[in-house]
Design a binder for this molecule. Structure first.
Ligand SMILES: Nc1ncnc2c1ncn2[C@@H]1O[C@H](COP(=O)(O)OP(=O)(O)OP(=O)(O)O)[C@@H](O)[C@H]1O
Length: 278
């Protein structure tokens, strides 16, 4: 398998600033006082064993959960805990379990992701005046550009449910990009992918970063994480135990213990998953 090294990119001002986020469900503290930042131009990883609180943390960032404590700011402003307002502010996400509209076409799925950026209101849509048609044409053009970018343009008119698994994941990313985010949160983007699809996903994440979009990514595939990320934070039982570059994370005793002593590089590699499956 070929590996790709991240090209040097200028890391800019803080985009996402998370301070002391805690999320409790009754007696269970799923996320415990987690702070972190993501800067412009960065790809940041978030790893941790199953149940560590990674998805709950993403849900706190994107308004699906209102954190019990703490604050989440984007570009210096506190994000309102409402998913559509978070998207409007410039933070988009994908989900661990694919959430596409299976009976809609690939293009229509991307157009759905575009709606937070269209200004045409209900009356305009009902009357279907020139403003509506102009806005619709612009949305379709932008959606087609995103399908070109993600390599799905030839399948624009296919039903989403008929795409192979790896392409469905790409379509989720295209739909998230349709809201013109400054920060993209990816929740296990390579889950269930074969090694070729994982390599393609890696290239896509680099290409997104090169568009000027910062990325925070949850992933169990350590090769993927360490190839991609400028920085990686580790959550264990809701707490951030360490954050740093590949060497810092891999050599941290607490991380090794959390992963039951398995060398991180090989803890969950898709290569091995594929070999196991054969
Ligand atoms: N809505 C909820 N109500 C109650 N408990 C929850 C809820 N959501 C998550 N949890 C609990 O919070 C903990 C963290 O779960 P979470 O899904 O965030 O972990 P994760 O690190 O994303 O795990 P995985 O890697 O398996 O996806 C788990 O114990 C989970 O059962």
């Amino acid at each position: 398998m070929t590996t790709t090294t991240a090209p040097a990119t200028a890391v800019g001002a803080p985009l996402l600033d998370v301070r002391g986020v805690t999320m409790r469900f009754g007696g269970l503290t799923a996320v415990n006082d987690v702070s972190m930042t993501v800067n412009q131009g960065e790809i940041v990883g978030l790893i941790g064993p199953n149940g560590a609180g990674k998805t709950t943390f993403f849900n706190c960032l994107t308004g699906l959960y209102v954190p019990t404590e703490g604050s989440v700011s984007y570009q210096g402003k506190v994000l309102p805990p409402k998913p559509h307002l978070v998207t409007q502010a410039g933070v988009a996400r994908t989900f661990q379990n694919i959430r596409l509209f299976g009976n809609m076409t690939v293009l229509e799925n991307v157009l759905v992701g575009r709606h937070t950026r269209t200004k045409e209101g209900l009356f305009s849509a009902i009357l279907r005046g020139p403003g509506y048609h102009r806005a619709e044409a612009a949305s379709r053009q932008r959606a087609m550009e995103l399908l070109e970018f993600t390599g799905l343009a030839a399948k624009a008119e296919h039903l989403a449910r008929n795409l192979p698994y790896g392409e469905q994941r790409k379509l989720e990313i295209a739909r998230a990009l349709a809201s013109d985010p400054g920060l993209l949160l990816l929740d296990e983007p390579t889950a269930g992918m074969n090694p070729q699809e994982t390599n393609a996903a890696e290239e896509l994440v680099f290409a997104i970063r090169d568009l000027g979009i910062a990325i925070l990514v949850i992933e169990h595939d350590m090769k993927f994480i360490f190839n991609l990320c400028d920085r990686t934070a580790v959550l264990v039982q809701g707490q951030k135990i360490v954050e740093g570059d590949k060497e810092t994370v891999q050599n941290d005793e607490r991380v090794i213990t959390a992963y039951l002593g398995a060398p991180l590089e090989t803890a969950t590699s898709t290569d091995e998953q594929a070999e196991d499956a054969t």
